[in-house]
Design a protein around this ligand. Structure first.
Ligand code: ADP
Length: 579
């Protein structure tokens, strides 16, 4: 793999250890020598990483550019976080807190301001409480999806988490604090947060909810508390470091099944959108339904380098038709889960079959089918090693199920994710343009030099909003030389995220520049059309709120009041940005 920095700005000159030169506002502030030593005294020497090569590796990103941090620090407790904040105020060090730093495509663990100290909370990783009766838990920021799911399976198997199709070792709270979304009826992750403990930029520990610290019995059951509701100001912001929070869980339902469906005729997309909105408003569709285009499936099922395209980086219509046929992929495919009593699930299956079968194939997967498919797949894959058997198997699957082996493999992964069991399977899409083979475990597209930027606009769930917007985006992707990748995630019955990945080869400077230019082009279109992203990354904060100066000014006032030294993630969402 070539190093990430090959295509980035040259690395900044690193200040000597213990001597940080940083700039907040117009005045550069220099922290005296010994800062790093002080940090080591707080968290222990093993938990500060300041050697430039190690910092460089940990600071890798999938987006085109990054700002190089000064060091990474890994506190082990809230008290240590408070001491770090105090030190930062004393020495004017800029802090960049994150939980696990795996929000690839939005900037990973890298800060908005060069030279910041990245505070990774992954060691603060306890599940502090699980309440089965009320179906919630209180967790720390280092708790990952993988760990949380395993913990509940072992100790409270009747409770399910909601995960994303992103990295299993990503933080549950990190995602919720960015207002990320998952897959089940609890997929609005911030919507399921109830009760936060926060270390403020001035070092005090507070709890939201308006009750006594550690004494409010509804802290994790009643979101709004007494008085102003403050939890929102600690999300997508830079006003505090969240050190624990309550999170609502899903009690294991009496019945569960997942389903996938296909839409053979792309021209019927508007009809599909109307169907979804109607079903969601009626409460028949209860979950974070995903609807993806063919390019998304190609990125999951294969890699460009394996498709004999002779170095070509763009799939033509002919290539797309060939890949659709090879992998039995429709122009659009979707999937979701159904949860409830046996009667509820039976009823919903009936309605969904009625409503969706007219667009194409719809397949449900329950536990029995899941076990059958996962037992048969390894045998089928082994048999396919023989070329004659492969032909026969592929033909049979095509005729009987309208599926490929690759597509069959994806179905059980979907079944898992929709019950909160995370998998790395879908993260591998980031390697579509990579020269290395997709890894099977411990996936880290940032370290592996993959190029991926997320563009995450959210729209009203109407044909009039969606269709012209998607046409525009597709046209812009193609004008910049990229295939259009869009995954539509239903946020609620009224709005939908049209999540788009710009996948690029970061070893090609021209491609990297085009990726950056396409992103800027898409963001500027939003601004002119009354639209925004549901979640943003470091790549676009300088561009935010041009059209909303009042909103930015209010946030800057809050920032100045809560963080007088502007030490906490200045510039995040453009708030407290160094001038
Ligand atoms: P992931 O779960 O994807 O690894 P990160 O840990 O990278 O998420 O967090 C994404 C962003 O959310 C961070 O860059 C930071 O701005 C914010 N964030 C994450 N965790 C916290 C936290 N505990 N307190 C405050 N902000 C946080």
């Amino acid at each position: 793999m070539t190093e990430n920095q090959a295509l980035e700005r040259p690395l900044p000159l690193m200040p000597a250890a213990g001597h940080l030169t940083l700039s907040t506002g117009d005045t550069p502030v220099t922290a005296g020598p010994g800062c790093i030593d002080e940090l080591k005294q707080i968290v222990g020497e093993a938990h500060v990483v300041d050697a430039p090569a190690d910092v460089e590796r940990r600071a890798r990103v999938t987006i085109p550019r990054r700002k190089m941090p000064r060091a990474f620090v890994y506190p082990g407790s809230t008290a240590e976080v408070q001491q770090i904040v105090a030190l930062a105020n004393r020495h004017q060090i800029l802090l960049w807190p994150c939980s696990t730093g795996r929000n690839w495509g939005y900037g990973a663990a890298t800060p908005q301001v060069e030279g910041s100290l990245v505070v990774v909370l992954e060691r603060i990783d306890r599940v502090l409480e699980v309440n089965e009766e009320l179906a919630y838990a209180v967790i720390e920021p280092g708790v990952t999806y993988e760990q949380f799911n395993a913990y509940l399976k072992q100790h409270h198997p009747r409770l399910w988490i909601d995960c994303t199709d992103g990295p299993p070792n990503g933080s549950v709270l990190g995602n919720a604090l960015e207002r990320g979304i998952g897959e089940t009826p609890n997929g609005d992750h911030f919507g399921c947060i109830c009760g936060m403990e926060v270390v403020l930029p001035t070092g005090e520990r507070i709890q939201t909810g308006g009750g006594a610290i550690d004494g409010l019995r509804t802290w994790n059951t009643h979101k709004w508390g007494t008085g102003p509701y403050l939890e929102g100001i600690f999300t997508q912001s830079n006003l505090g470091i969240v050190t624990k929070a309550g999170i609502w869980l899903m009690p294991e339902p009496e019945a569960y099944c997942s389903y996938i469906f296909e839409v053979y005729d792309a021209g019927r997309f508007p009809e599909l959108v109307d169907t979804f909105r109607r079903l969601a408003l009626q409460g028949v569709l209860q979950t974070k339904l995903h609807l993806i285009n063919d390019v998304v499936l190609f990125t999951v099922l294969t890699q460009l380098k394996n498709e004999n395209l002779g170095g070509q980086s763009f799939l033509t219509q002919t290539d797309i038709a060939r890949l659709r046929d090879k992998y039995q992929v429709a122009p659009w495919a979707g999937g979701s889960g159904i949860y409830g009593t046996k009667d509820q699930v039976r009823y919903q299956k009936k309605v969904l079959r009625q409503e969706l079968a007219r667009f194409g194939r719809i397949e449900f997967m329950d536990r029995r089918k899941y076990h059958l498919v996962t037992a048969l797949l390894p045998i089928v894959k082994r048999l396919r090693n023989n070329p004659t058997a492969k032909k026969l198997i592929d033909k049979t699957l095509r005729l009987t199920l309208k599926a490929s082996v690759e597509m069959l493999e994806a179905a059980p992964r979907t079944y898992d994710i929709l019950q909160g069991i995370p998998t790395e399977y879908f993260v591998s899409h980031a390697y579509f343009r990579s020269k290395m083979d997709k890894p099977f475990s411990k996936i880290d597209p940032a370290v592996d030099g993959c190029g991926l930027t997320w563009f995450a606009p959210i729209l009203p769930l109407t044909v009039g909003d969606l269709v012209p917007f998607l046409d525009h985006c597709r046209q812009r992707f193609e004008a910049f030389g990229f295939n259009f990748y869009v995954a539509m995630l239903m946020m609620n019955a009224r709005s939908i995220i049209a999540l788009q990945a710009i996948l690029f080869d970061r070893d090609k400077p021209d491609e990297l520049e085009r990726a950056e230019a396409l992103y800027a082009d898409l963001v500027s279109y939003l601004q002119g059309h009354g639209l925004q992203q549901y979640r943003t990354g470091v790549q676009c904060w300088d561009m935010l709120f041009d059209e909303a100066p009042e909103f930015l000014a209010l946030n800057n006032k809050l920032k100045a009041a809560l963080d007088p030294n502007n030490i906490l993630s200045p510039g995040k969402c453009r708030i407290g940005a160094p001038q």
